[in-house]
Ligand binder design. Structure first.
Ligand code: 6PG
Length: 251
């Protein structure tokens, strides 16, 4: 079931859905900047956010978001070098960060060129150095997430809950999914759940059943990793196109 602090928005096209996400990100960026002087924004990988990154790099969003005070993180990374075609950082860099000239000091990427354990440790240490609470991730203003057809989000895959994950804020994962690199690093639910806002941006007919299970299915965190995303005092926004939302019933 959708939590009381979540909403579902369904748009006719991928472009309309993406514009809605860009508007929400802009609103939260401005609020965060006005309140705390910075905007902490966690990006996702996958193909769905490519259009969003292109849109955010153009007016009006390029001018409205305080990019010099925006700090960029990733929810997960495939363990490949930063210039590799499969790098989540690489995608965001070419579509969003380079075109906007986001200062390198504002970009905290997961070092995909390291070994899995080292990359997870390195990311966790650098993140916790930004938090007022030792060992915790900073409280992100906005987290962007996708959803896989098997229900995974970031690199939290079905059936993969383990003890390490409950204790850490970033962890190494090895999982075969399509032709994507198997070795990954992901933030854990503990790190995501401090966020003020989380967007699930999902599109296309092949995602409809995964969306139904994540949004309206019985609570089953082992099989539905999206159920583990429950920001204590934050909000979840499901921003869907009509194909992805096709199996949700209004009301
Ligand atoms: C990754 C992701 C992953 C992605 C989903 C959806 O690095 O692969 O962060 O969780 O968001 O697999 O991917 P698509 O948008 O390509 O369907």
């Amino acid at each position: 079931m959708v939590n009381s602090n979540s909403d579902v928005q369904i748009y006719n096209t991928h472009i309309e859905q993406t514009e809605a996400a860009a508007r929400l990100i802009t609103r939260v960026a401005k609020e965060s900047y006005n309140t705390r002087g910075r905007f902490d924004f966690v990006l996702s990988g996958g193909s769905t956010p490519a259009l969003l990154y292109r849109l955010l790099a153009q007016p009006p969003f390029a001018n409205e978001i305080p990019w010099n005070s925006t700090y960029v993180f990733w929810g997960d990374e495939r363990l490949v070098p930063p210039d590799h075609d499969d790098s989540n950082y690489g995608q965001a860099r070419s579509l969003l960060l380079d075109p906007l000239g986001v200062p390198p000091a504002n970009i905290l990427r997961i070092r995909g060129e390291l070994s899995p354990i080292d990359a997870a440790e390195d990311y966790a240490v650098r993140l916790s150095s930004l938090s007022s609470v030792p060992g915790e991730a900073p409280r992100f203003d906005m987290v962007l997430l996708g959803l896989g057809i098997d229900g995974h989000t970031a690199s939290l895959f079905p059936g993969a809950i383990d003890e390490e994950e409950e204790e850490s804020i970033a962890m190494a994962v090895s999982i075969e999914y399509g032709d994507r690199p198997a070795d990954r690093v992901t933030l854990t639910p503990r790190a995501f759940n401090g966020a003020r806002h989380i967007i699930f941006l999902v599109s296309g007919p092949d995602k409809a059943e995964a969306v139904r299970r994540a949004v309206a299915g019985d609570y089953d965190p082992q099989r539905q990793p999206a159920h583990r995303i429950r920001p204590g005092s934050g909000s979840i926004h499901w921003i869907l196109d009509k194909e992805a939302g096709a199996l949700l019933h209004p009301g």
